[in-house]
Design a protein around this ligand. Structure first.
Ligand code: NAD
Length: 504
C-alpha cells in the first residue's frame, strides 16, 4: 500500500460514522422531552443516528400485551442501544410491564442510577450528596414466580444466583474503577436470609479482594437505608439486589431533590437502555412544562457508553451552567432561588446556548471514559459434588395440633428417611414446639436420611435416591395427606444447602 493510501485510510478512520440508536419517544411528556434532548445532542455534535421505534400505550392498545411490536424488537436487536422516554401503562388487566419485559428479554442485568445534589441551585438537605446505586435488575423476588399453595398461604420465590451476583458486583467495582469512585457498599439482609443474601455477601467479599484500591463495606439493608436517608453524603457506590435496589434508589433520588432530574442506565452484555426515572406525567403532557433533564442525563450516560464521553461532558456542563444561571422548569423552580421559570423549549435553547461553557460553582463533568470500557467476564461454573440428604414435604393440613401430625409422621421410615421436624411459617412446632406459635394450614415436614455416610468413596454411592422421595410422597398421599410441594435437601461439597428451621 502506498503512503498516500495509508494516510487516506487513517483519515477514513478519523471520520466517525454515526452510531445507530433505537429511540422510543414514549407517551405523555415523552415526545416533548425526547425532541428537546435529541435537539441538544445534535447541536452538541453527538455522532448518532436515531431510529424511532413504537413502544408503550399505542402498542398496548393495538393488542400487544407486552407493549412492544416485532419491528421494535428487530431495531433494538440490530442497534443494541436504546434511548427510551417514559411510557404509560394502560390501566386494566392483562398488560405486562414493558420495563420488566425489556430488562429480562435483553439481559439488562445492571441498573445504574447516579443521584447528585445541585445545591444551592436545587435545594436539598444534603448539598454534597453524590451516590450511584447499582441494582441487580433481573433476579430476586422480581423473577415473578408466585403461587397460592393453600387457602391461607401465598408464596413468592426469591431467586439469587451466583452468576447474577458475580456479574452485578463485578460491574459495581469496575464502575467505581472507571469513574474514579472511592468506595463500594453492599447492602443485604443476610442476618435473616443466610443462603440467598448470604451468597450476595460472600460473592461481594470475594470480588472486593480483587480491587484493593477501592474501599468496601457491607451493611444490613434496613439500617443501611436509614443511614442513606439520614447521611447520604457518606455513600459513594452502593450495590444491592433487585428489590432493595428498587427501594433505595427512589429514596436516594427523592432526598437528592432530583426525581425529575435523574437518568438511569440498564446495562446488559450486548444491549443497553437509557431512560429517565420519572413516568410519563400525563397531567402536564403537551403543555411545554416538562423538565427534560432526566432523559438528557440518561442520554449523557448513553454517549459515554457508545464512546462519545467528550460530547457527554459538553452537554452536562452546558446543563449545569443552565441550572446555575437559575433558568428552571416549573418542577424545580423556587421563588428566591431561581431566576426565571422556563418551559421545555426555552430550557433546551438555553442549554444549547451554553454549549462549550463550564459551570462556575457546580462540579464540572469529567466522564472521560464510559461504561464501554467495563468488561464483565463470562461466568464459569466450578464442579461441585451434590448430594441428596433429605426432603422438605409441604402439606396443606387444616387441623391445628402439630403434635398429632408429628406423632403420625414420625412412625414412617421409608428407606431410612425419618421425620426430623415440622415447621409452620418457618417456626419449629414439632418436636417441642410452643403452644403460643400461631399455626396456619401450611406445614413443612422435614425428612432426612438416617443412613450413615460410610460408603462415600464408592462410585455409585447414594445416601438416598429420588425414588425414595417419590415413595415417601406416595405413602403420604395414600395416608390422606395433601402434599402441595416438596423441596429436596442437598449438600454441595459437604456444605448444607438449606436453612434450618427457626428453633431447630
Ligand atoms: P410520574 O413520574 O409520571 O409523575 C409524578 C409527578 O411528577 C406528576 O405530577 C408529574 O407531572 C411530575 N413529573 C414527572 N416527570 C416530570 C418532568 N420530567 N417534568 C416535570 N414534572 C414531572 O408518575 P405517575 O403519575 O405515577 O405515572 C404516570 C405514568 O407513567 C403511569 O402510566 C406509569 O405507569 C408510567 N411510568 C412509566 C415509567 C417508565 O416508563 N420508565 C416509570 C414510572 C411510571
Amino acid at each position: 500500500m502506498s503512503t498516500l493510501e495509508l494516510i487516506s485510510k487513517k483519515e477514513e478512520k478519523k471520520i466517525k460514522t454515526p452510531v445507530k440508536i433505537a429511540v422510543a419517544s414514549g407517551d405523555g411528556i415523552g415526545p416533548e422531552i425526547m425532541k428537546a434532548s435529541l435537539r441538544i445532542l445534535e447541536k452538541a455534535g453527538a455522532e448518532i443516528e436515531p431510529e424511532f421505534i413504537e413502544l408503550g400505550e399505542k402498542a398496548y392498545l393495538s393488542g400487544k400485551t407486552a407493549g412492544i411490536d416485532d419491528d421494535a424488537w428487530d431495531i433494538i436487536k440490530k442497534n443494541k442501544v436504546i434511548l427510551k422516554a417514559p411510557i404509560t401503562t394502560p390501566q386494566g388487566k392483562g398488560y405486562k410491564s414493558l420495563n420488566v419485559t425489556l430488562r429480562k428479554t435483553l439481559g439488562l442485568f445492571a441498573n445504574v442510577r447516579p443521584v447528585e445534589a445541585y445545591s444551592p441551585f436545587i435545594p436539598t438537605h444534603f448539598p454534597n450528596m453524590d451516590v450511584v446505586i447499582i441494582r441487580e435488575n433481573e433476579e430476586d423476588l422480581y423473577a415473578g414466580i408466585e403461587h397460592r399453595q393453600t387457602q391461607d398461604v401465598y408464596q413468592c420465590l426469591k431467586l439469587i444466583t451466583r452468576p447474577g451476583c458475580e456479574r452485578i458486583i463485578r460491574y459495581a467495582f469496575e464502575y467505581a474503577k472507571v469513574y474514579h469512585r472511592r468506595k463500594v457498599t453492599c447492602m443485604v439482609k443476610d442476618n435473616i436470609m443466610k443462603i440467598t443474601d448470604g451468597l450476595f455477601h460472600k460473592v461481594f467479599d470475594e470480588i472486593a479482594l480483587e480491587y484493593p484500591e477501592i474501599e468496601n463495606d457491607v451493611q444490613i439493608i434496613d439500617i443501611g437505608s436509614a443511614k442513606l436517608a439520614a447521611q447520604p453524603e457518606d455513600y459513594d457506590v452502593i450495590v444491592t439486589s433487585n428489590l432493595y435496589g428498587d427501594i433505595i434508589s427512589d429514596i436516594a433520588a427523592e432526598i437528592g431533590g432530583s426525581v425529575g432530574m435523574c437518568g438511569s442506565s440498564n446495562i446488559g452484555k450486548e444491549v443497553a437502555m437509557f431512560e429517565a426515572i420519572h413516568g410519563s406525567a400525563p397531567d402536564i403532557a403537551g403543555q411545554n412544562r416538562a423538565n427534560p433533564s432526566g432523559l438528557l442525563n440518561a442520554a449523557i450516560s448513553m454517549l459515554a457508553h457508545i464512546g462519545q464521553p467528550e460530547i457527554g461532558d459538553k452537554i452536562k456542563n452546558a446543563w449545569l451552567c443552565t441550572i446555575e444561571q437559575g433558568y428552571h422548569t416549573a418542577d424545580i423552580y423556587r421563588e428566591g432561588v431561581s431566576r426565571k421559570k422556563v418551559g421545555t423549549e426555552e430550557f433546551s435553547n438555553i442549554i444549547i446556548s451554553n454549549l462549550g461553557r463550564t459551570p462556575n460553582l457546580l462540579k464540572a463533568s469529567h466522564i472521560k471514559s464510559g461504561e464501554d470500557s467495563i468488561q464483565i467476564p463470562d461466568y464459569s461454573r466450578k464442579e461441585q459434588h451434590k448430594e441428596l440428604v433429605g426432603v422438605d414435604v409441604f402439606l396443606d393440613w387444616k387441623e391445628d395440633d402439630p403434635n398429632k401430625l408429628g406423632f403420625a409422621l414420625s412412625k414412617l421410615n421409608i428407606y431410612q428417611l425419618k421425620l426430623k421436624m415440622i415447621t409452620n411459617r418457618g417456626v419449629k412446632v414439632y418436636p417441642e414446639g410452643l403452644s403460643e406459635t400461631y399455626c396456619t394450614d401450611h406445614w413443612r415436614c422435614r425428612f432426612v436420611s438416617t443412613n450413615a455416610k460410610i460408603n462415600k468413596d464408592e462410585p455409585d454411592y447414594k445416601l438416598i435416591d429420588f425414588e425414595h422421595i417419590l415413595a415417601l410422597q406416595s405413602i403420604l398421599h395414600h395416608m390422606g395427606y395433601d402434599v402441595i410441594k416438596t423441596e429436596n435437601l442437598y449438600e454441595f461439597d459437604d456444605v448444607r444447602g438449606f436453612s434450618l428451621g427457626q428453633g431447630e
